[in-house]
Design a protein around this ligand. Sequence first.
Ligand code: COA
Length: 157
Amino acid sequence: MTGAPAEDEQVEIRDLTDEDLEWVAQREHDIFGASAWSLSLIREDFTYGFSRWRGLEVEGLLAGYAVYGYEGDAFHLMNLAVVPEMRRQGVARRLFEDFLAEAQRLQAPDAWLEVATINRGALALYRAYGFEDVRVRPRYYQPEGLDALVMRKRLRC
Ligand SMILES: CC(C)(COP(=O)(O)OP(=O)(O)OC[C@H]1O[C@@H](n2cnc3c(N)ncnc32)[C@H](O)[C@@H]1OP(=O)(O)O)[C@@H](O)C(=O)NCCC(=O)NCCS
């Protein structure tokens, strides 16, 4: 997959299922290290939480995932990750557009997210979609102690 999928390439965004959770936990560990969500936390949120868990498949194989939904009264992106071997091919862009489409569908007034201030790739993606800086949350990501930038995009006037 390059920025746009080849015509014969099967790309699908779907809801994740129970059977995907171990895959997600493994990817979390590989991608986020010490601050990864554990399998038990993932199972708990998936089973009892109100978030939507979405995965993007290329040719039947998961390449990335996103978790989003209402947190209080704010429509929020809780997680977004793409496996290293599938990066810079538009996977995050598609999952992010899925998140924004759901926000629009639910008529959320705005969409929110947090991102590590040093995460230049993710920041570039979010800014490209019109997200604006709101505030910095010092040492938000533990145990690394990285600062988070809170970002928002207004969807309705
Ligand atoms: C950040 C991440 C989700 C991007 O996924 P991706 O599928 O590679 O992103 P896309 O291919 O859809 O890129 C879309 C745009 O985002 C920006 N972008 C993505 N990765 C970038 C990077 N490493 N450096 C600079 N810009 C980047 C670019 O503007 C890119 O558009 P372009 O390729 O036309 O220049 C991925 O690198 C990742 O999973 N990182 C680790 C987990 C993480 O940081 N998640 C975000 C938590 S807030």
